[in-house]
Design a binder for this molecule. Structure first.
Ligand SMILES: [Zn+2]
Length: 421
């Protein structure tokens, strides 16, 4: 068995059985409760009609959410040590926001707001500007949640605070700590509060600077765009090309900027490993090991799906479908989270399902979610699956699993948190 992933022995496709009797559905539920982790329990879950399975996933998500709130908020005396969405309190707030949109439970809204308020105080002097690891996440989520609360004064407060954030020359270009991580927060605000909440006049200079930096490091005949973070030219979603392109393609671009982006994606596709996986960086082109959102094929695949949609381009869709095969075979990671775990990898299938409507992709997302539902806890208790360095967090821990389960309830509305808009 590989060190990094469980071999995927689940069938490539199991059609839903809409004629399953109530007795059979109940039996599947009981087996899952009493004898999880067997081939039988997983197989029964996979053949459940979506409506029945989604109820089970929602129930599991809401139970997990209670535990996560207790561990990251209740038991900490509501103190914020790490405010970020990635591993901290804002990640729990983001989970509550997702839960609100699925269940319409108003308690989620008020608790979410209390957490954002605490994150606001804790991040007031932070120089980090991104959605996932910085102040932009706090202010953008604060403004959107204020709108759901119907509190205009708070909405203006958080928007004003957002507009105080300054992206400086010292910030890198990448997603977790850099310019595109700030731009993603602008996209989030425009999606939820109206398309000119942050007008393009406020973002166009940042977009141009990123492209300019990319061209300076890019090469004719190779990749037209290339970026560096801490001395390494990364390819993945967290620090590299995939993450940067994924954000840039949402903005107005000139014809030659669009061409440079397309050519950069083509460079990546033709330079991928024979296995179909993608290297971590230009400097690390031999090690075909990581199948993570942060480093490797899953983050690239999500960018390819979005690029196929934005550019109406069949070659990017085909590359994304190739990527999905790698993730199906090597993506059942021995980790639970969104960033480098099974939960995050499931989103590639959801994204392809949304774009193509092909039910096999919905099945594959369901299979990854069922694997976690059926045996995630068992594997973690036994120690053969890592629960994350921050075990209740959104990006590394159980928060990601709960978020995925909630997204499985309305799979067409699923979005990889803080990456797909
Ligand atoms: Zn990661």
């Amino acid at each position: 068995m590989s060190d990094r992933f469980f071999p995927n022995s689940m069938p490539d496709f199991v059609p839903e059985n809409p004629k399953l009797s109530e007795d059979e559905k109940e039996k599947a539920k009981q087996i899952q409760i009493n004898e999880p982790g067997t081939d039988d329990s997983l197989q029964r879950l996979l053949s459940l009609p979506h409506s029945t399975l989604s109820q089970q996933l929602q129930r599991a998500a809401l139970e997990l959410k209670e535990t996560i709130v207790l561990e990251t908020w209740g038991l900490t005396g509501q103190r914020v040590e790490d405010y970020t969405l990635y591993t901290g309190t804002l990640g729990t707030a983001f989970l509550l926001f997702r839960s609100l949109l699925v269940t319409r439970n108003k308690n989620d809204l008020s608790l979410c707001f209390q957490m954002i308020k605490a994150c606001d105080s804790s991040s007031i002097n932070s120089r980090d500007v991104t959605f996932i690891c910085g102040r932009a996440g706090v202010c953008a989520l604060g403004a959107v949640v204020a709108k759901y609360l119907g509190d205009d004064q708070l909405l203006y407060y958080y928007l004003a605070k957002f507009k105080e954030i300054r992206v400086s020359k010292d910030h890198p270009d990448e997603l977790l700590y850099g310019r595109v991580g700030y731009l993603w927060a602008c996209l989030f605000l425009n999606k939820h509060l109206g398309k000119d909440t942050i007008p393009s006049t406020s973002t166009s200079t940042i977009v141009s600077e990123i492209i300019k930096n990319g061209r300076n490091l890019g090469k004719k005949g190779g990749s037209p765009l290339m970026f560096e973070w801490h001395g390494e030219r990364y390819w993945g979603a967290a620090h590299g090309l995939a993450g940067i392109i994924n954000v840039l393609i949402h903005f107005d671009l000139t014809l030659d900027e669009r061409e440079d982006i397309k050519e950069t994606l083509r460079y990546m596709v033709r330079s991928r490993f024979p296995s179909g996986n993608y290297p971590v960086s230009e400097e690390d082109r031999r090690r075909d090991a990581l199948v993570h959102w942060c480093h490797g094929v899953p983050g690239v695949a999500l960018t390819l799906v979005k690029s196929a949609e934005v550019f109406g381009n069949k070659e990017f869709l085909e590359a994304a479908m190739d990527a999905a095969e790698v993730i199906w075979n090597r993506g059942l990671l021995k980790r639970v989270g969104i960033c480098h775990g099974i939960s995050g990898n499931a989103y590639v299938f959801l994204s392809l399902y949304r774009l193509t409507g092909i039910v096999e992709y919905l099945y594959r997302a369901k299979a990854f979610a069922c694997f976690l539902l059926d045996r995630g806890h068992l594997h973690m208790i036994r120690g053969d699956m890592h629960g994350g360095d921050s075990p209740f967090s959104l990006f590394e821990g159980l928060g990601g699993m709960a978020y995925l389960f909630l997204d499985m309830v309305q799979p067409k509305n699923a979005r990889f948190p803080a990456y797909e808009i």
